[in-house]
Ligand binder design. Structure first.
Ligand code: FPP
Ligand code: MG
Length: 310
């Protein structure tokens, strides 16, 4: 078997594991707990948005990094599901008419188009809350005081990176920049990228490492790698909005320009954007070499994010 096939097979396997975890924890609208049947529509909208087939990048990073440091999947699994639930809620709310007003995501109609705006708001709220309900179940899997302490720390990482000093802060700056309708500074753009996108990637890297009891120096280094990768990931997202294929992406292209959104591409041009993605990835890969453990799969995954087409 060649290297690429090996990578794709492992990737598919990890995606399957992430989806199995999501399926296991998400409420089932057809079998709600006794007396909870009236909430079934929100549960259906939650499943609709999560089980739409994203790349599962964040949970698979938790899984792989936890494995790499010899962590137990029983601890990692609730966090894998939780982080993807938070990511999905952010997409549902980001697509609402009050924000980006998008009709397609992950190759199908967005949640508010199918369920209505009110129900999409609730599905997002439900997912955010259920993420913590799910992550808290990791305490049941903890076997030692050290594992319990690791779960507490992972919960802090999960909530902090998703919150006001993380993703929500980044989205706040993004929304205000768009409303002002003028070009933003490079500094503001970096704040938006590092908060809106990179924080959730950092969350994945560090949760996997913390739950597995990785050395402190590696946890810190993984954080730095993740921030670079996360910013590169967002710039690539903006590049694909210009150069990507809408079928492959599962959403229309050209929306940033249409909405007059300031992106790395609109600020510096496509060539500089592609260059920046490469530079950030190279810096992250160089840092990666100084970790106490390494693996070819993770290196290939980081490398692949630069050339991704979706
Ligand atoms: C695509 O991820 C998403 C991003 C690059 C991040 C964008 C950030 C937001 C929409 C933040 C919104 C925040 C709030 C609070 C509403 P992906 O390419 O991994 O998507 P996939 O999971 O569909 O593959
Ligand atoms: Mg958007």
């Amino acid at each position: 078997m060649n290297h690429t096939e090996d990578f794709s097979l492992r990737m598919e396997q990890l995606v399957r594991e992430c989806e199995a975890a999501l399926d296991k924890y998400l409420p089932d609208p057809d079998s709600m707990p006794a007396g909870e049947a009236p909430a079934a529509t929100a549960a259906r909208a939650m499943r609709y948005s999560v089980m739409a087939g994203g790349k599962r990048l964040r949970p698979l990073l938790i899984a792989r990094i936890s494995d790499l440091y010899g962590g137990r999947r029983a601890l990692a699994e609730p966090f894998m599901a939780a982080l993807e639930m938070i990511h999905s809620y952010s997409l549902v709310h980001d697509d609402l008419p009050a924000m980006d007003d998008d009709e397609y995501r992950r190759g199908r109609k967005t949640t508010h188009i199918v369920f209505g705006e009110g129900m999409a708001v609730l599905a997002g709220d439900g997912l955010l809350n259920f993420a913590y309900e799910t992550a808290l179940t990791a305490f049941d899997a903890a076997r030692t005081p050290a594992e319990t302490a690791a779960v507490v720390r992972a919960l802090r990482i999960l909530s902090g990176n998703a919150g006001i000093y993380g993703m929500v802060g980044g989205q706040c700056a993004d929304l205000e920049a768009e409303n002002r309708g003028q070009e933003i500074t490079g500094e503001t753009l970096e704040y938006i990228h590092s908060h809106k996108t990179a924080c959730m990637i950092r969350s994945a890297f560090q949760i996997g490492a913390v739950l597995a009891g990785a050395p402190e120096s590696d946890i810190e280094r993984l954080g730095n790698i993740a921030v670079r990768i996360g910013i590169a990931f967002q710039i690539q997202d903006d590049v694909l909005d210009v150069t990507g294929d809408s079928e492959e992406l599962g959403k229309p292209t050209g929306s940033d320009e249409q909405e007059g959104k300031s992106t790395y591409v609109s600020l510096y041009g496509i060539e500089k954007a592609v260059e920046k993605v490469r530079l950030l990835t190279d810096e992250a890969l160089a840092d990666y070499e100084s970790l106490t453990v390494r693996d070819d799969f993770l290196r290939a995954l980081l490398e692949q994010l630069v050339s991704r087409r979706k």
